[in-house]
Design a binder for this molecule. Structure first.
Ligand SMILES: *[C@@H]1O[C@H](CO)[C@@H](O)[C@H](O)[C@H]1NC(C)=O
Ligand SMILES: *[C@@H]1O[C@H](CO)[C@@H](O)[C@H](O)[C@H]1NC(C)=O
Length: 345
């Protein structure tokens, strides 16, 4: 996308911006925005219609939480890049049996790989910390070698997704204080080192909404929607105007503290509910998601101008999720009408 000259201009501008502590908007390179496609509903559109909706909205990437044959079929020749999840219930068998991992890759990846653009396999979702946590890294290794056997190891990256709530990211503000919980750290440390060493991103879910709901008296509203012009958190040379950046940068710092130097991340989930509870309105959801999409190309203060690949949570409202806000993260109703307008161009 860039010529060398542009790259220099971008880095000079980034240096000036960080010296002055100001924001200079400069278009960044290829920025990938995806949307999570959760399927916990009995009234959702057929996968082929859902895929058409992705295409009509110019959405280039999808996160699917577990394999679904109808979705994989619908994705054929769509050019939509796919992050495919391995359910936590499969972690143990995939960690302990190489042939189970081979079988999984054969059945859900290799069988479609000619016509579906797999980009990541997310081995486990928020499995760390927890009962399945110790299976995550061995399952990642087995899936990786199964992909190698299938000749797909260069195309498809193997990672895992983790939350950034207190159970994982115990300390997050200011970001320089970022620290993983001791509970998560045992299993997360080797994963983070492994990913950093191999240049594969850690997948993180980032929900300022949940931090806000947990502490609304201390977290100001102007800090949530990417529209504050004032610095809310000053952290040495870094100035923060939104909570999202604080959380992401705290993950970088926490990773460095456990030996994961230069770890990269992909935001595999971030969103805001439009109904069902405190702070959940269509206007808030629209503002958060639209400004998120517009923001992530700039990176965060600690990784300025490094475009952050981000998956908005989520495509549809899901009526089989727990009652309350959980059912209202969708940008579309199950009948495919928008809950609020969004622009992904
Ligand atoms: C981290 O990245 C910097 C800048 O690209 C590089 O100089 C350094 O060697 C890297 N460190 C490791 C441990 O990979
Ligand atoms: C930022 O967006 C939120 C949500 O739409 C809104 O309530 C707030 O007034 C906005 N703040 C500024 C400074 O524009």
């Amino acid at each position: 996308m860039f010529s060398m000259g542009n790259r220099n201009i971008v880095s000079i501008a980034a240096i000036i911006a960080s010296i002055l502590g100001v924001f200079i908007p400069i278009p960044t390179g290829a920025q990938l925005i995806g949307v999570c496609y959760g399927m916990a509903g009995n009234n959702l559109p057929h996968p082929s219609d859902a895929v058409k909706l992705y295409q009509s909205k110019n959405l280039k990437a999808m996160r699917l939480f577990h394999p679904n044959r109808a979705v994989l079929e619908a994705l054929k020749d769509s050019n939509i890049q796919l992050m495919l999840g391995v359910p936590n219930t499969d972690l143990r068998s995939l960690a302990t049996s190489r042939s189970a991992a081979k079988h999984w890759v054969q059945k859900y990846v290799k069988a479609y790989s000619q016509r579906v653009s797999f980009k990541y396999i997310a081995v486990g979702d928020r499995a760390i910390p927890g009962d399945q946590a110790r299976y995550v890294l061995p399952a990642m290794r087995n899936i990786h070698s199964a992909l190698s056997s299938a000749g797909l190891q260069d195309r498809i990256k193997v990672s895992t997704s983790v939350a950034t709530g207190r159970e994982v990211l115990e300390q997050y503000s200011p970001p320089s204080s970022g620290r993983f919980s001791s509970h998560a750290s045992t299993q997360l440390t080797p994963v983070v080192r492994f990913l950093a060493k191999n240049g594969v991103p850690l997948l993180i879910s980032v929900f300022p909404y949940r931090r806000y709901v947990g502490d609304p008296n201390h977290i100001g509203v102007d800090y949530l929607f990417f529209n504050s012009s004032r610095t809310v958190v000053k952290d040495g040379q870094y100035s923060y105007q939104n909570l999202f950046d604080v959380i992401v940068d705290a993950v970088y710092v926490a990773s460095e503290k456990v030996g994961g130097t230069n770890l990269t991340v992909v935001v595999s989930e971030s969103g805001w509910p439009s109904a069902g509870g405190f702070g959940a309105t269509k206007e808030h959801a629209r503002a958060y998601n639209q400004n998120l999409v517009n923001h992530v190309g700039q990176g965060t203060p600690r990784r300025l101008w490094k475009s952050l690949e981000t998956y908005v949570f989520e495509m549809f409202n899901e009526n089989h999720k727990p009652r309350g806000t959980e059912q209202h993260f969708g940008m579309f109703y199950p009948n495919m009408q928008p809950v609020y307008p969004m622009n992904f161009n």
